[in-house]
Design a protein around this ligand. Structure first.
Ligand code: SF4
Ligand code: SF4
Ligand code: FES
Length: 447
C-alpha cells in the first residue's frame, strides 16, 4: 500500500513501523532511542511527526502504518516540537563538542544544527554528573553528555544478557552507571560505544587519536573468525605518518552480524598496522628451489578465493603438493557471533577442493625438501630446520629462511570469502597503495 509522507507517496506494508519505513526510504527522521537491532524505547521523543486527523504529534517509532496515513515531518509545528525536545535533551549538556571524541559523528550535534539553533533558557547552574568514568572493557563514560536513550542499557540487558549497565537516580540526576564494585565486562562490550548516539560512551582504544572527518572508510569483512562480520576499516595517511588503520566499525548486515562485532574482532585492526612495515629480507630465486622433486605448500584458510585459486594454479603448474589447515580454537566460539574456526575462508578451501587432511599433511611434510608457506600461521611455529622454507607472508617472520615475499594483507587486496554459513562476501582494498605486492601479482610474475 501507499502512504503520504511530506506529500510524497511511499510504499510500505500494512503494520510496518513508521520509523522503519522512513529509514528504509532514506527519509530524514531524527531519533536517539530507536536503533534497528535494539528496537524503540519511546523515551527520547525525537521522532515526533504530525499525523493527519490526530490532535497531538506522535512518535514514529511507535506508529504502525495503515491505509491513507498522511504524515508530516516538516510543518512549522513539528519543527518547534523537535526544537523543544532537543532543548530539554541539551539542558544540562556540557556542550563540549570541541574536545569530544564523538564530534563529527554525533546525532546531538547534527540535530542541533538541523532543528535546534536556540539560545539556552537555563538561568540556574547545570546539574553536574560523573566525567571520564572507566567502565571497563575499553569503554569510558561521560554522564553529562548522555541523553538517556538507554541503547547501551538495552544492549546489555536484551542482547548480551549480561545486565552490567542500568539507569540510576531520578529526574535531572538520572544517569547511566554500573552497579558499585562491578564493571562492564563481556566479550561484546565495545558495541555500546558505537550504539551510543552521542559522546557519552567513547572507546579508550580510539579516543583522542583521530578526528573522524580525517578518516577514510572502506567496506570490508573481519578476518578474525569464520563468521565474517561486516566492517568498515577506518584509516588515513597523514603528512607525518604512512597509512594507518585506526579502527574497525560494524557495518550492518541483517543476515550475519546485524550492527555488532565482538571485541576481539573489533581490536584485530592492530595486526594490520604491524603488517604495513614488514621488511623484505634476502629474496633469492624461487624458481631454482622449485626444481626440487619434493615440494609442499600450506596455504592460509583466511586467504580470499582469488588468492586460493592463484595458489592452487601455481602449485599445479609447479608440481607442488598443496594443503590447508583450519585455525581452530575450542575456547573462542560462543553461541552468538564468535566461532571456534578462527579462519576467514575455510569454506573457500573446501569449495576449491584443497586438501585439509592433517594426517596426510604431516606425512608429506616429513618427506618434503622444500616447504612453501602461503601465510599460514601454523608453520611459523613448526620445526622446519632441515627444510628449505619459502614464506609468502603479511607479517614479520624470522629472516633466516630461504626466501621471504611480503604480500599485501586483506586491507590492501580486495577479494571474496565464504563464511561459516556459506555466505559469499566481497571485501575491498583501502585507497592507498600497499608497500607490499598482491599475492596474485607475484604468482603471475613467477609463471
Ligand atoms: S550512554 Fe549513550 S547509549 Fe547509553 S543511555 Fe546515554 S546516550 Fe544512550
Ligand atoms: S565474531 Fe568473528 S568475524 Fe565477527 S567480529 Fe568477532 S572475530 Fe570478527
Ligand atoms: S526514537 Fe522514537 S521516541 Fe526515541
Amino acid at each position: 500500500m501507499k502512504i503520504l509522507i511530506d506529500n510524497a507517496e511511499v510504499e510500505c506494508k500494512e503494520g510496518d513501523l513508521l520509523i522503519e519505513v522512513m529509514l528504509k526510504n532514506a527519509l530524514e527522521i531524527p531519533h536517539f532511542c530507536y536503533q534497528e537491532d535494539l528496537g524503540a524505547d519511546g523515551n527520547c521523543r525525537m521522532c515526533m511527526v504530525e499525523i493527519k486527523g490526530q490532535k497531538r504529534p506522535q512518535i514514529a517509532c511507535n506508529t504502525f502504518v495503515k491505509e491513507n496515513l498522511e504524515v508530516s515531518t516538516i510543518s512549522e509545528n513539528i519543527k518547534e516540537v523537535k526544537r523543544s525536545i532537543l532543548e530539554l535533551e541539551l539542558l544540562n549538556h556540557p556542550v563540549d563538542c570541541a574536545i569530544c571524541d564523538q564530534a563529527g559523528e554525533c546525532k546531538l550535534q547534527d540535530y542541533y544544527m538541523d532543528f535546534g539553533l536556540y539560545d539556552s533558557h537555563l538561568s540556574t547552574p547545570k546539574t553536574k554528573k560523573g566525567k571520564h568514568i572507566d567502565l571497563g572493557s575499553n569503554v569510558m563514560l561521560d554522564q553529562e553528555r548522555c541523553v538517556l536513550c538507554t541503547r547501551c542499557v538495552r544492549f546489555t540487558s536484551n542482547i548480551t544478557k549480561t545486565n552490567e549497565l542500568g539507569i540510576i537516580g531520578r529526574g535531572d540526576n538520572s544517569r547511566v552507571a554500573v552497579a558499585p564494585g562491578h564493571e562492564l565486562n563481556n566479550p561484546y562490550a565495545m558495541n555500546v560505544v558505537e550504539l551510543c548516539p552521542v559522546g557519552a560512551l567513547t572507546s579508550k582504544d580510539f579516543r583522542f587519536k583521530q578526528r573522524v572527518w580525517f578518516l577514510d572508510s572502506t567496506k570490508s569483512i573481519c578476518h578474525g573468525c569464520s563468521r565474517g562480520c561486516n566492517i568498515y576499516i577506518d584509516y588515513n595517511e597523514t603528512k607525518y605518518s604512512a597509512e594507518k588503520v585506526h579502527r574497525f566499525r560494524a557495518r550492518r548486515n541483517n543476515k550475519i552480524n546485524k550492527s555488532f562485532l565482538c571485541d576481539y574482532g573489533r581490536l584485530s585492526y592492530k595486526e594490520l598496522n604491524e603488517n604495513f612495515n614488514a621488511d623484505v629480507s634476502h629474496v633469492k630465486d624461487l624458481k631454482e628451489l622449485l626444481k626440487d622433486e619434493k615440494k609442499l605448500a600450506l596455504v592460509s584458510p583466511s586467504m580470499s578465493l582469488q588468492q586460493l585459486q592463484a595458489v592452487k594454479s601455481f602449485c599445479k603448474d609447479n608440481s607442488v603438493e598443496l594443503f590447508s589447515l583450519p585455525y581452530i580454537d575450542e575456547n573462542f566460539g560462543d553461541e552468538w557471533l564468535k566461532t571456534n574456526d578462527m579462519s576467514a575462508n575455510f569454506n573457500g578451501v573446501k569449495e576449491l577442493g584443497i586438501n585439509y587432511d592433517e594426517d596426510e599433511f604431516g606425512v608429506s611434510l616429513q618427506e618434503a625438501h622444500v616447504v612453501i608457506n602461503f601465510d599460514h600461521k601454523y608453520l611459523k611455529n613448526r620445526e622446519l630446520k632441515s627444510k628449505k622454507v619459502v614464506h609468502f607472508t603479511t607479517s614479520h617472520v624470522d629472516s633466516d629462511y630461504e626466501l621471504i615475499f611480503v604480500i599485501a594483507d586483506f586491507a590492501h587486496d580486495s577479494g571474496t570469502i565464504i563464511n561459516c554459513d556459506g555466505i559469499r562476501q566481497d571485501f575491498y582494498a583501502t585507497k592507498y597503495e600497499s608497500q607490499n605486492s598482491r599475492l596474485v601479482d607475484i604468482l603471475e610474475e613467477l609463471k
